[in-house]
Write a protein that binds this ligand. Sequence first.
Ligand code: HEM
Length: 228
Amino acid sequence: MLLHLGSIRTLVASSAEAAKEIMKTHDLSFCSRPNLTIPNILLYGSKSIAFAPYGEYWRQLKSLVMLKLLSNTRVKSYKKVRENEIDLMIQALGESCGTIVDMRIIEEHVNKKKGEDAESNEGEDFVDILLDLQKNHDTSDFTLHRDSLKDVAAGTQVFINAWAIGRDPALWEESNEFSPERFLNNSINYQSLQFKWLPFGASRRSCPGLQFRCACYRACISKYRLQV
Ligand code: HEM
């Protein structure tokens, strides 16, 4: 879908084929980041790896980060720190048990809403929005947005709509159901190049924190299971 956001041409890719075209076939043309005011102000002229335009500076930053911070060997070397931090987190969660969210308030809120006109969105408040987000949405609905470097599409911003692709009924059975079992016994994972599921983006600008967060999740889950 092509939109004009003010004077900016914006392409939204909401199918796996379109995502593949952009992130694989034409990755080199779409691997930059747009020039945005807020990262420019907050990140010293978009000097962070995530917002830097594609080019020599970004390449050097990425190899430095991969070598010195996020390689497999480095991530393994943080094991002790990771485990200590997870212990502290689980301890903090345990201590605040029962005080983080008072479920009674949420129940009261939902019951009150049931009594009102179910079709009307007019009375929607902040708690409704939070509950809706918790129920329906992934952590990342879009990948970071990209900027086109080349010819025909120069200056066009691109959003990969990972949310829509992850719920496309043509690609997924019962596409709106939370069903982690769908990933058992098949080749789909976040590293596969099928572009059906893109929690970490893909290709040149994909997330370099993959090993790091895999190690964190594994450690969290195994520690948590040991302690309950
Ligand atoms: C569950 C955890 C995480 C998720 C879901 C996630 C997701 C993403 C996504 C969707 C992108 C954009 C990819 C694209 O534009 O195609 C990204 C980029 C990035 N992520 Fe992550 N990420 C996670 C954890 C991490 C961690 C732990 C680190 C570092 C310690 C990290 C560092 C980065 C960086 C530096 C980029 C920018 C890459 C570039 O522009 O070249 N992420 N991440």
